[in-house]
Design a protein around this ligand. Structure first.
Ligand SMILES: Cc1ncc(COP(=O)(O)O)c(C=O)c1O
Length: 383
């Protein structure tokens, strides 16, 4: 199988990830932060090390402010609902937000009467600081933005946004689901208050992992209540990081695997990963531009990810994806990518698009095989 759906979840995972998961299950599968015995301590040490290494990787907060969740969606929910937004508050986001951001905001809009402004890109696909400045107003309490679009691959310059927003009385949340492990992220220098990302995409970790980093000074309320392994006699949720936000048993095997994935990213080197992605994306875009009837929904931004969405005139994207899967053993993603506003912006809300996304283990030969398959499918369907 040629797997070109890396934006959904990276595959295959490095061997070291599977080994780390297996080791956690087989050798120290106790409950971290619950008991004092050796195995529980070993589990806790792994989780703590993962917190520290992840934080170092993105210039994040002290380790206790690194929270683990099952995916980016839960991390984003904790960030948005944890801020306690209320009637009259205003939020700025973009039309490129994934439903992981958009749906919590829409819920707050409907239930709490908060207002949301979704910024649109300019003609070239850029989100200018000018439009951000225009959107921010005295009632704005949160700017929530995706670092990279999972539809067009556009990269939003969150570093510039952060520099502007640092003087505003609001919180800055960055959804780094498509960029963690691929692009450099400097939480402190970029004045990011809340950074959320999955462990199972660019960081090459297992599914069931997501992370929220919360800057010092950001007060959050938990969204999940229960056993934390500490302050057990207290009827109220303890106001302690990280336990107060981590009710229930953590996914220790997943976190061990995420740590191994991060270490693999560091071993390969992010610059190398990025260069490889750029090479594959350039080859893919060049090949697509040679196929008649293909329209690429371009990123337009100065920087773009290895995420390319396109249509093939006269065909149904779902049908083409199915043929690729069943006849060519190639996995891509057709549809709306949980980002309906992006599709509305691109005027593809009825048809959807086909998305190809690459990762560090994809090769140029795989891109060529995909392009040849697409050419054949086009000719076959045209007949
Ligand atoms: C930009 C963006 N945000 C959030 C998510 C949600 O990630 P998860 O599936 O880990 O919850 C995705 C997943 O595709 C994404 O691309």
């Amino acid at each position: 199988m040629i797997y070109l759906d890396q934006a959904a979840s990276s595959f295959p995972k490095p061997n070291a990830v599977a080994e780390a998961v297996g080791k956690a299950i087989n050798e120290y599968g106790a409950n971290p932060g619950r008991s004092g015995h050796r195995l529980a301590r070993q589990a806790s040490e792994t989780v703590d090390l993962a917190r520290r290494e992840l934080s170092d990787f993105v210039q994040g907060p002290p380790a206790e402010r690194v929270l683990f969740f099952q995916n980016a969606t839960q991390a984003i929910n904790q960030a948005i609902f944890g801020l306690g937004l209320s009637e009259g508050d205003h939020v700025v986001a973009t039309v490129y937000e994934h439903n992981a951001v958009r749906r919590p905001l829409e819920w707050l809009k409907a239930e709490k009467n908060i207002e949301v402004t979704y910024l649109r890109p300019d003609d070239k696909g850029n989100f200018s600081i000018g439009s951000l400045k225009e959107a921010v107003r005295p009632e704005t309490r949160l700017v929530a933005v995706t670092h990279g679009s999972n539809v067009t691959g556009a990269v939003i310059p969150v570093n510039e946004w952060g520099r502007y927003l640092k003087d505003q009385e609001l919180f800055f949340l960055v959804d780094a689901s498509q960029t963690a492990g691929v692009l450099d992220i400097q939480m402190k220098d970029w004045h990011i208050d809340l950074l959320a990302f999955p462990g199972h995409k660019g960081l090459l970790g297992p599914q069931g992992t997501g992370v929220l980093m919360t800057g010092i000074g950001v007060r959050l309320q938990p969204i999940l209540f229960g056993g934390t392994g500490s302050h057990s006699a207290d009827p109220l949720q303890p106001d302690v990081w990280p336990e107060g936000f981590q009710s229930g048993t953590l996914n220790t095997p997943g976190i061990a695997g995420l740590l191994a994935g991060l270490q693999e990213v560091k071993r390969i080197g992010m610059a190398e990963i990025r260069q490889h992605e750029e090479k594959l994306t350039a080859r893919l875009l060049a090949g697509l531009s040679d196929i008649p009837d293909v329209s690429v929904y371009y990123a337009g931004t100065p920087e773009r990810l290895g995420v390319v969405s396109f249509s093939l005139r006269g065909t149904d994207v779902h049908e083409v994806a199915m043929i690729l899967d069943e006849h060519y053993d190639i996995a891509v993603r057709a549809g709306f990518h949980c980002a309906p506003l992006a599709h509305r912006e691109l005027k593809t809300e009825d048809s959807g698009l086909m998305r190809v996304s690459t990762g560090p283990y994809n090769t140029e030969e795989e891109i060529d095989t995909f392009l040849n398959a697409l050419r054949e499918i086009r000719e076959g369907l045209a007949e």
